[in-house]
Design a protein around this ligand. Sequence first.
Ligand code: FAD
Length: 473
Amino acid sequence: MVLAADHIDRLGAILGPQGLLTLPADMVPYESAARYEGGRAAFVARPASTEAVSQLVAYCVRNAIALVPQSGNTGLVGGSTPDDSGTQGVVSLDRLRSTFTFDTYNRSLRVDAGFRLSEINARLEPHGLFFPIDLGADPMAGGMAAANTGGARFLRFGDVRRNTLGLKLVLADENGTVIDCGKELRKDNTGPDWKQLFIGTGGVFGVVTECVFNLERLPRQAATAYLVPRSGEAALCLLNELEERAGTYLSAFEGMSGLAIRHALTHVPSLRNPFPAGEIPGYVILVELSRSWARRGNEQALDAVLEEMLAEIWDLPDAPLLDALIGAPAEMWALRHALSEGAKSAGYVVGLDLSFRRGEVMRFRERASGWLKAAFPQVGICDFGHLGDGGVHFNLVVPHNPDGSVDAKLVARLRSLLTEIAVEEHGGSFSAEHGLGRRNQHFYDRYTPEKLKQMATQLKQATSPGPIGGVRF
Ligand SMILES: Cc1cc2nc3c(=O)[nH]c(=O)nc-3n(C[C@H](O)[C@H](O)[C@H](O)COP(=O)(O)OP(=O)(O)OC[C@H]3O[C@@H](n4cnc5c(N)ncnc54)[C@H](O)[C@@H]3O)c2cc1C
């Protein structure tokens, strides 16, 4: 163990018997990440209250012990796990799970950092409400705030930033200062909107212990279809045509490459291949319409509304649509949410979480795919993502070597060259919604203007000068 025994004793006294893990076997789940970035922890602290987080953080800051906050540990950029040094302690929020109070008139929820998204929505369902973040993983409230999760319903409901009314935090200073930013208010122009500083900054400015979230009415009707666009350009044309016809009923517009679908179908045998004669198209869009009330008397079913809209689009001159398949939402979403794991089962995933102006996504895709096929024909392109908001998980699958290892130089080269194309040629972001972690530090250093980096450093000093978080601002 790298940390002196008296520190471990003191931490044990602060956290109580269940609050501190130091045995290697107990720490494994907190040391390994959802995809690859894992490390070695000096200890895992599991405080069960904001006060305990405060005491822990104060002790660690005074003794220069580095901490990495962790909630659901589903992050994909190496932010939630310790590095290989064995000197960082993990602060897991998984025992911080007392407060869960919601206000149906205000449509808001006050929730401790350690509640999982699935649990939040299961508790809200009987009340006809939900927290409108949707993704193929099951993160916790604190991690969602720290990473600013986007997900598949961003187009309709926005990200966590848009759905957060307030946060309670512990700053990494010598006192472990507790601050409350934001109440259960949607409008509050009484100064800087402080909570925004902590959303999407991966815990570097402090530990989120409690969140106040905006809730939405649970959809009571939904209709989904797989659309095959005529071309990349046509995919965006389809988006415009659907937005014009469906307005805010349009709740998802998700792109899925043929190879990503193929891997998901192979990896999850319970999924059904929905395409005629089993032939998977090169690119498919999952579109969803939804509304918050149950169908009344003579009201047209949402399936029929969607069908009518697609028929109108079909009849347009130069129709952007090659094929359309309306189907059961649960089944269609099951395939969408299996894409990430499907890619992982096929080889080593080089995941690039990119975003662009919406019209630029498919241009990037065509440029990058053409280049990859010529230069690295062994690499599979398994992209999918949130086309409706300009996002794409441009995932590449690199085959493992016969001994199970991976060509690390190739992986680094692919990541770097494609990020260059995305940022420098197409004006995109190198981290659309997964945030910064060790994985993206290099790109943050390279692409963030000097003045903004200086400002981030000053903010770090002003909020949490202690060694916390997996990123250097
Ligand atoms: C299959 C799969 C699909 C995914 N799909 C999406 C998607 O569609 N959209 C999307 O945005 N993301 C997606 N993700 C990524 C991930 O689920 C999100 O980033 C999620 O918000 C992370 O939440 P978490 O609770 O797991 O946080 P963690 O992974 O534990 O942590 C994430 C970051 O926040 C920091 N942190 C954690 N808790 C706290 C806290 N209480 N206070 C301060 N800092 C903290 C960590 O240090 C780390 O930097 C996906 C992941 C997987 C595995």
